[in-house]
Design a protein around this ligand. Sequence first.
Ligand code: FAS
Ligand code: PHB
Length: 405
Amino acid sequence: MTHYTQVGIIGAGPAGLLLAQLLHQQGIRSVVLENRSRERVESRQRAGLLEQNTVDLLRQAGATDRLDQQGLVHDGVILSYNGQRHRIDLAKLTGGSRVTIYAQTEVVKDLIQLRLNTGEPILFEAEATSIDGLDGNEPMIQYTHNGESHTLICDFVAGCDGFHGISRQTIPESLTTAYDNVYPYCWLGILAKVPPSTHELIYAYHDRGFALHSMRSPEISRLYVQCDVTDTLADWPDERIWAELQLRLGTVGWTLMEGPILEKTITPMRSFVSEPMQYGRLFLAGDSAHIVPPTGAKGLNMAVADTGQLFHALMDWYQNGSASELANYTACCMRRVWRVQEFSNFMTELLHHNPNKTPFEAQLQASRFNQLITSQMASTVVAENYVGLAAKRASEAQQSVNFHV
Ligand code: FAS
Ligand code: PHB
């Protein structure tokens, strides 16, 4: 069967769902195609930290009712180096910007419910198999759903289908440049039924490896330990996980509370960028175009920032008949993407024990951490990147308004 819409959206992750909602609010019709089930999409444990810019865009979309009730707002973050802790006062160093802990699973649930409330089409277990006609004005997405083949004809295709989707592969290889950096370690992440042992996040470097103390609620902790790229979950029984977390996060006078582990996953660490993020009427947003190691808490936030950029460019077309923002989409995204890539790489290299590093590199790593502790300027750079530079610009704008008042 053949169907028609204005924007065909491949992927019901944060990028695709948010774009669909923002467009709907402006009366632009879209169809969301998702190849997994609703249950699978809503249960995938992923990100947990939202920048202010992300919260603002979700609020614009009308998706923050539960976030406002359940989100945990943080003014600071703790970095630890072999047990020596340093708190970075995010709000003080950035003129009031903060971050919010609210799981990606909850963001996705909120956006899916919003989509369902609109009555606009979102098809689960519908796999996009090809994208055609991108050089014309009516691109087509071929997809299968309930065992039948369908064609979706649209004005634009939003490739929000993540790192393993088909959108990026649709851009001719001869026109793309890929940048790739695989790290020699992974993260083993757990959800544990135990109250967080500190109010704020702790990112810890330890000679045994990195660890991160995060949370999902006052009752649920989210924790990570660095593991080897060859490790499997069988190599990490609960006892070993807790023992390593105690060693790596520990400091004098503090104990990590332990509890039943509800879920375990191993995530590889990789930096990847593919340029351009567009081809004819196809525009990539989120992990389909770039991925970052989660050390900087940027993957989800970058996807949302792309979505905001693409939404404005599409509305410039639909409301003003202008194609200039669409033409500049890649260039506008890339400035932000590379800033986030650099910050994510900095945090990853700073906080992980690299088995391949030389003694010289080990000294540099220790010196970088020492500079963070002794220089407010160095801590400010980390704080501004961590809360998101869009937040910095917003707080500067607010300060300038306050200044002139
Ligand atoms: P997503 O991958 O979320 O969504 C893409 C969607 O497209 C998926 O639902 C997929 O099923 C669907 N799809 C793919 N191909 C399709 C096709 N052919 N047809 C139809 N649908 C298709 N970020 C952090 O900030 N912190 C973290 O701790 C963190 N942990 C992560 C752990 C893992 C295992 C992974 C994979 C990522 C993690 N990330 C983390 C990054 C993550 O949060 C992403 O940045 C975020 O999901 C990006 O959102 P989207 O771009 O919407 O892509
Ligand atoms: C999380 O809570 O899952 C989380 C928080 C910060 C990160 C990565 C993951 O940098």
